[in-house]
Design a protein around this ligand. Structure first.
Ligand SMILES: NC(=O)c1ccc[n+]([C@@H]2O[C@H](COP(=O)([O-])OP(=O)(O)OC[C@H]3O[C@@H](n4cnc5c(N)ncnc54)[C@H](OP(=O)(O)O)[C@@H]3O)[C@@H](O)[C@H]2O)c1
Length: 324
């Protein structure tokens, strides 16, 4: 399948471009230096870039800032977008907390629809199973939301294969959403093959590992102490240095093709057979433009082999979240 082709969003009947806009950075919680003008321009840029899928969540912003920006940005053009939002995580003070109980999902979904200014979303995810609610109960709640016409299809994020299967047995899934990038490939083992067999779309996040794989953070980059990326092992000590070595190799490969590093990395992601779409986070239009440029290119066998070689030299990285 070419990158310019729309891909089925599982069994939902919707089709999406394989690059989607991840709308977490615009919430301005962990991403520094966001502002509404850039955020609105970033969302609006999607119309020209051929991106028709926006990924947000109830918890993207303490007061739903991400959902409300989407409403404003797509006013008058809502039907051109396949919107995904999520429930089951909320803010308590400045911390996030999980609550995947059915009544919570019903309430949060209503509020998300209000913030988005719409009567339905095309995809509604359980953001994460919580520690006490049986996942079957959360799945049944999302099935009810589908039956009520508020949600067109179901998704599940941050779950093991066992949890995915349990959810799917109660409420058939259109999509799962999990972390995946060049340095974090655990889901290739079990989850991707199972989803492929079942026709469940695999939507991957952290394609650029929050900027590390965009190739624009120099080795000696002075992180603001408030930069939340510092908590990830990939941004620390020897892991950081080895990841920078990898980025140097990727830059050589990208340069020789006349591409940017984000373009190369996103194109590699789209070339992985188990991946339906890359959720690319951005806070400015130039960022999503670079990721969307992956839609226009396809890696050659030689380039793929060079990347494989670079990854083999890098060796296994310490993952930030482990799913198989
Ligand atoms: N379901 C879940 O639990 C879950 C978890 C995480 C993410 N997600 C979804 O997946 C999306 C993607 O994840 P993410 O946004 O956390 O991470 P990401 O896509 O790996 O990285 C996004 C960050 O990378 C930097 N970046 C992007 N394009 C760039 C470019 N061309 N040049 C330089 N830097 C660039 C920007 O950071 P700076 O400008 O700040 O450097 C941007 O905020 C999210 O927005 C969200 O929709 C879901």
């Amino acid at each position: 399948m070419s990158n310019t082709d729309r891909r089925p969003l599982g069994n939902s009947g919707f089709e999406i471009a394989p690059v989607a806009l991840g709308c977490w950075p615009i919430a301005g919680v962990t991403t520094l230096g966001t502002n509404d003008a850039d955020s609105l321009a970033t969302i609006r840029a999607c119309f020209d870039l051929g991106i028709n899928h926006l990924d947000t969540a109830y918890v993207y912003g303490p007061n739903g800032e991400s959902e409300m920006l989407i409403r404003k940005a797509i006013e008058g053009r809502r039907d051109e977008m396949v919107i995904a939002t999520k429930g089951g995580i909320h803010f308590e003070g400045d911390k996030m907390a999980g609550d995947a109980r059915p009544e919570t999902l019903h309430r949060e979904c209503e509020e998300s629809l209000r913030r988005l200014g719409t009567d339905r979303v095309e995809l509604y995810y359980l953001h994460s199973p919580d520690e006490v609610t049986p996942i079957e109960q959360s799945a049944a709640a999302i099935r009810e939301l589908i039956e009520a016409g508020k949600v067109r299809s179901a998704g599940l994020c941050n779950a093991s294969l066992e949890q995915i299967q349990a959810f799917h047995s109660v409420c058939p899934l259109a999509a799962v959403q999990l972390p995946y990038n060049m340095l974090q490939r655990g889901i290739e083992q079990e989850t991707m093959p199972w989803c492929g067999e079942q026709g469940v779309a695999v939507m991957v996040y952290w394609v650029l590992m929050k900027g590390l794989l965009a190739g624009k953070l120099p080795r000696d980059y002075q992180f603001d102490p408030a930069d939340s990326r510092l908590k990830y092992p990939m941004y620390q000590g020897d892991e950081w240095q080895r990841n920078q070595d990898l980025v140097d190799r990727l830059r050589e490969i990208a340069d020789s093709a006349g591409w940017s590093v984000p373009q190369l990395v996103t194109a590699w992601t789209l070339a992985q057979s188990g991946v339906t779409a890359a959720l690319c986070g951005a806070k400015r239009p130039d960022q999503i433009r670079e990721s969307a440029a992956a839609l226009d290119v396809e890696l050659t066998g030689v380039q793929l082999a060079e990347i494989d070689q670079a990854l083999a030299e890098r060796g296994e990285a310490v993952s930030n979240r482990n799913f198989k």
